[in-house]
Ligand binder design. Structure first.
Ligand SMILES: Cc1ncc(COP(=O)(O)O)c(C=O)c1O
Length: 360
């Protein structure tokens, strides 16, 4: 492996080096077959085995019961903003949404095309710096589902306990899937674009409870029906082969580390180092309220935009890349996904200490 910088990018995000090394070998020649992984038919025995293994590993790591289907789709998480209401809503049907960030708001816009949408909570007026607590909103029992985003990538907020509702939960877990264990049984649908915690961009994992597969209206185009993909093992059309294969490698890497409980412990330790520096140094200000801080994305500001620009410049010079915050929050954002090494967080904290001493 060449020397690597520390990549704090919000996504596509940093990957485990051993996964990259394996993928680099297999893209040229997969298991001595004399051809690379992206040249193989998706219906070949080899590739069918790769997909089956990725699904099996995901089921094992996330403890997914048999009455859920695992789908590997294309179109990014953004396509799911529409596919969920296309399949689960229709005339006269309603759903409840929590507006906790840009990605939730985009999903609300799509859902309104297909049903009656109740936005039961919004933190938009506070630049999405917090999440609702239990009791801050009501869910209509007639709703088909309650939709929320478990981790708000831009604002650095994360649900530490999931909403309790009588209706199925639907969750966009794009930026924190596989970062911690959770009980999937209250969920009707969980989806995630792979490019943060699962692998490369190009595949979106959808986990859907079987009884929800047949709610789609008859006139929905074939490719947009979950049933189509469920009945064809995600092979109705050519799937994103390389992305699925790489997700499999990432899942093996997580299993080797000790699974999601171990992943959570590692993530908690990394995030604690960073939040401790923000709280201790009286120079940096975290965007998210303390009680809903994310383990994955840590947006923070410095006293002035000029200092922020200088900080990012010094960070880049030290090989700490991708720290510029999203334009809606400004400042910095450290994305420290599963594969982000602890050493990189330690280096960032070192810089934060030095920079505050010199410029504070
Ligand atoms: C929480 C969340 N949902 C959805 C998206 C959009 O994903 P995609 O680009 O795969 O459509 C992102 C992208 O960063 C995200 O962070």
């Amino acid at each position: 492996m060449p020397d690597r910088i520390f990549n704090f990018s919000p996504g596509p995000g940093t990957m485990p080096p051993e996964v990259l090394a394996q993928a680099a070998r297999d893209i040229v020649n997969y298991q001595d077959r004399g051809m690379g992984i992206i040249e193989m038919s998706h219906r070949s025995k080899d590739f069918m085995a790769i997909t089956a293994e990725a699904e099996q590993l995901l089921r094992e790591l996330m403890d997914i019961p048999n009455n859920y289907k695992v789908l590997f789709l294309q179109g990014g998480a953004s396509t799911q903003f529409a596919m969920v209401p296309m399949n689960l809503l229709g005339p006269g049907k309603k759903a409840c949404y929590l507006n906790t960030g840009v990605w939730a708001k985009k999903a609300i816009k799509e859902a309104k095309l297909f049903g009656d949408i109740d936005v039961a909570y919004s933190s938009e007026a506070d630049v999405y710096n917090h999440l609702p607590a239990e009791g801050d909103y009501q869910v209509d029992p007639a709703a088909e589902y309650l939709y929320f985003v478990s981790n708000n990538t831009i604002y650095g907020t994360q649900f530490h306990s999931f909403p309790a509702a009588q209706v199925p939960l639907v969750c966009d877990m794009s930026s924190d899937i596989l970062s911690r264990p959770f009980d999937i049984r209250p969920f009707g649908v969980v989806f995630a674009g792979a490019q943060k915690n699962m692998g490369p961009a190009g595949v979106t994992t959808v986990i859907i409870r079987e009884d929800l597969l047949d709610r789609a209206p008859e006139n929905l185009p074939t490719m947009f029906k979950y049933r189509t993909h469920a009945d064809n093992g995600s092979m109705f059309n050519t799937p994103p082969c390389f992305a699925i294969y790489t997700v499999g490698l990432v899942l093996k890497w997580i299993k080797k580390l000790g699974g999601l409980a171990a992943m959570e412990r590692i993530n908690r330790e990394k995030a604690a180092l960073l939040y401790d520096a923000i709280d201790r140094l009286d120079f940096y200000r975290g965007h998210a309220r303390t009680e809903c801080r994310s383990m994955m994305n840590v947006p923070f500001n410095l006293p002035t935009p000029e200092l922020e620009a200088k900080f990012i410049e010094e960070a880049t010079a030290r090989g700490l890349d991708g720290l510029k915050g999203h334009r809606s929050v400004g400042g910095c954002r450290a994305s420290i996904y599963n594969a982000f090494p602890r050493e990189g967080v330690e280096k960032l904290v070192e810089l934060m200490e030095e920079f505050a001493r010199k410029n504070g």
